[in-house]
Write a protein that binds this ligand. Structure first.
Ligand code: HEC
Ligand code: HEC
Ligand code: HEC
Ligand code: HEC
Length: 175
């Protein structure tokens, strides 16, 4: 009896530590079109439209400009789109840069995490499950924004959180 319950707790313990890393290692980027299939209606809050009209959607294209290349040249010599330190803020982490979606710049999954494991309707409707499968919902929003909106950005001025959040707010309507 004792041995059996010990086995059960051991299995639970192993599952607890192994599952989350296993899943995040498997999670793949799916792109804004997939997120947008469900997050575009007025009822859902039109996240796709709000995002596509925001500067975040242009962040990769910005790196293709002469202005960007001038900044990059001073930093190290390569073209801006080939400079990893520009790309990490203008697109996201390495796996996203290696995906088919990098030209979408700062996209849904840059902020919410790779979606292959949480994008199914049944999981999305259960926030706790979705988070377990890799959905990121930043807790301290301002602090989160400042992981990119900070003086490490060559064009940084001041980041006024309230004003900036208003420009990209994309909440789901209540009711
Ligand atoms: C199959 C449809 C579907 C797809 C695809 C989908 N979602 Fe969702 N998502 C939903 C639904 C439904 C909810 C629950 C909304 C609600 O609270 O009514 C949701 C909720 C969310 C939430 C809020 C979680 C919470 O409860 O606070 C975030 C963030 C989110 N989705 C991001 C994404 C991202 C990013 C993608 C693409 C990787 C994506 N979704 C793809 C249907 C979908
Ligand atoms: C992964 C990095 C990253 C994160 C995280 C991020 N941003 Fe940005 N943001 C950018 C980049 C890069 C640009 C510039 C895009 C361009 O102009 O090409 C930008 C531009 C903007 C702009 C347009 C600038 C303007 O003056 O109108 C707003 C608004 C904005 N971000 C708000 C936010 C808010 C609010 C958050 C937090 C919820 C946030 N951003 C999080 C990278 C990021
Ligand atoms: C720490 C994150 C971060 C890094 C690193 C970064 N950027 Fe940005 N970039 C931003 C943000 C945020 C904005 C928009 C708001 C701002 O200027 O602070 C932006 C805006 C820009 C703009 C538009 C500015 C304007 O006035 O129109 C250009 C061009 C640009 N970045 C080029 C680059 C280049 C080139 C690099 C690499 C050498 C780079 N950025 C590195 C975050 C970053
Ligand atoms: C620059 C980062 C950023 C981008 C890009 C972004 N989001 Fe969000 N998203 C956030 C933050 C921050 C929150 C707010 C968390 C909170 O309310 O505490 C949020 C909230 C949400 C919510 C929940 C709203 C609610 O009512 O609680 C949904 C759904 C969502 N995002 C979907 C998307 C989809 C779909 C895309 C792409 C079309 C996207 N997001 C792009 C940062 C981002």
């Amino acid at each position: 009896m004792l041995r059996r319950s010990l086995m059960v707790s051991l299995v639970a313990l192993v599952a607890y530590f192994v599952t989350p890393t296993y899943i995040s290692a498997q999670a793949k980027y799916v792109g804004t079109k997939v997120c947008g299939m469900c997050h575009k209606s007025e009822k859902q809050g039109q996240q796709l439209k709000i995002w596509s009209e925001s500067k975040h959607a242009q962040a990769y294209k910005t790196l293709l400009t002469a202005k960007a290349d001038d900044i990059a040249k001073k930093k190290g010599g390569k073209k801006a789109v080939e400079t990893p330190e520009c790309l990490k803020c203008h697109v996201g982490e390495k796996a996203l840069l290696e995906s088919a979606f990098k030209e979408d710049g700062v996209q849904c999954e840059t902020c919410h995490g790779a979606g292959s494991e949480y994008k199914a309707m049944a999981i999305m409707k259960n926030k706790e499950e979705a988070v377990k499968k890799g959905l990121i919902i930043p807790k301290d929003t301002e602090k989160f924004c400042k992981t990119c909106h900070n003086p490490e950005s060559p064009s940084y001025k001041e980041f006024k959180f309230a004003d900036m959040w208003k420009k990209i707010v994309h909440t789901t309507p209540k009711g």
